[in-house]
Design a protein around this ligand. Structure first.
Ligand SMILES: [Zn+2]
Length: 171
């Protein structure tokens, strides 16, 4: 991602106190998201300005498609998440527990929240990605699970073996 170009620019100066709604449609490549993210990232920001600070409530919506861990069929993973970012002008005398409040840059008060949006989106992807299971814990995979994962089925009698057994090979 280019460091000079702002992909999700949010201007923090010259705003009246109150709520400001901002909307962005961002190509996933602009956010350095992995190729599994193939759809536009829809970002909605509710910016709440008071004289003390500016709070950004950032909603992130998109979809990622990963192969199922069991059967490799594509699994659509909806990404709906929210992150809250707080900016203020002077953080020098803040208490320790308020350290996550960011400074409003003095010279260029338009900040880029692309990194925050990417990190929030990636956190929505679970470590284990499968087609799902029904209430009985049975896999919803549309294709057979590889044999090594279902050894229990090997113990079932196979009609082809019955046919061989019926032959008397000693004759
Ligand atoms: Zn599957």
């Amino acid at each position: 991602m280019s460091k000079t170009h702002k992909h999700i620019p949010v201007r923090l100066s010259g705003l009246a106190d109150g709520i400001h709604a901002l909307d962005y449609d961002v190509p996933p490549a602009d956010l350095d998201l992995p190729p599994e993210f193939g759809e536009t990232v829809v970002v909605h920001v509710d910016l709440d300005k008071t004289h003390k600070q500016i709070t950004l409530r950032v909603h992130v919506d998109t979809v990622a498609v990963y192969p199922c861990d069991r059967c490799l069929e594509p699994v659509r993973i909806p990404v709906h998440t929210e992150v809250v970012l707080v900016y203020a002008h002077d953080n020098s005398d803040r208490a320790e527990e308020e350290n996550d409040i960011r400074d409003i840059p003095a010279h260029d008060s338009t900040v880029d929240i692309a990194d925050d949006v990417r990190d929030a989106a990636l956190l929505c992807i679970p470590m284990r990605r499968i087609c799902g299971e029904n209430a009985d814990g049975q896999s919803l995979c549309p294709r057979p699970i590889p044999d090594k994962l279902r050894t229990e089925n090997h113990e079932r009698s196979d009609p082809r073996w019955d046919a061989l057994k019926s032959l008397n090979l000693d004759q």
